[in-house]
Design a binder for this molecule. Structure first.
Ligand code: HEC
Length: 129
């Protein structure tokens, strides 16, 4: 492919990605941080968004399903004290590392304001399109 064609192709791709992003309502900064946290720490087990729809543990409730529940906010505010999380999630200055956790397993360390970010993300997560 000659250089000019490559440049045109790249510009088209950039244009398309901008257009397709404009289609969806922009996420707040807090929600974007929440998405990152979810992808990094929760997507191993949960479906956290469209990006990992097919790569979670099947028996684990998806964030879409949880979000559809009336009390989703409470569930996400205190998920770290609900099983199975106490064994794997540690909230800095709030909870302690689980004694059951083998020394070689690194726990998920989160701060309380990161829980707020997660909730901001969940707020705008409404449906699978
Ligand atoms: C090792 C796997 C695993 C990871 C990692 C994990 N979860 Fe879960 N989570 C589960 C399982 C399994 C359940 C279902 C528990 C049940 O139904 O008893 C669950 C349930 C939940 C629930 C519903 C709780 C309830 O009682 O209704 C919320 C909310 C939740 N997880 C949030 C999170 C968030 C946020 C993260 C990331 C910070 C996360 N989870 C990381 C396995 C995991």
């Amino acid at each position: 492919m000659n250089l000019l064609l490559k440049i045109i192709l790249i510009k088209t791709l950039i244009f398309l990605s901008i257009v397709s992003k404009a289609d969806t309502a922009p996420m707040s900064e807090a929600a974007l941080r929440g998405l990152e946290i979810a992808q990094e720490h929760c997507s191993r087990c949960h479906v956290v968004g469209n990006e990992n729809r097919y790569s979670s543990i099947e028996t684990t409730p998806s964030f879409f399903g949880l979000r559809a529940m009336k009390d989703w906010r409470i569930r996400f505010t205190e998920f770290y004290i609900r099983p199975p999380h106490p064994a794997l999630v540690n909230i800095v200055d709030v909870t302690e590392r689980s004694k059951k956790l083998p020394a070689f397993v690194s726990e998920i360390n989160l701060k309380l304001d990161q829980i707020d970010d997660l909730i901001s993300y969940l707020e705008q997560l409404k449906k699978i399109d």
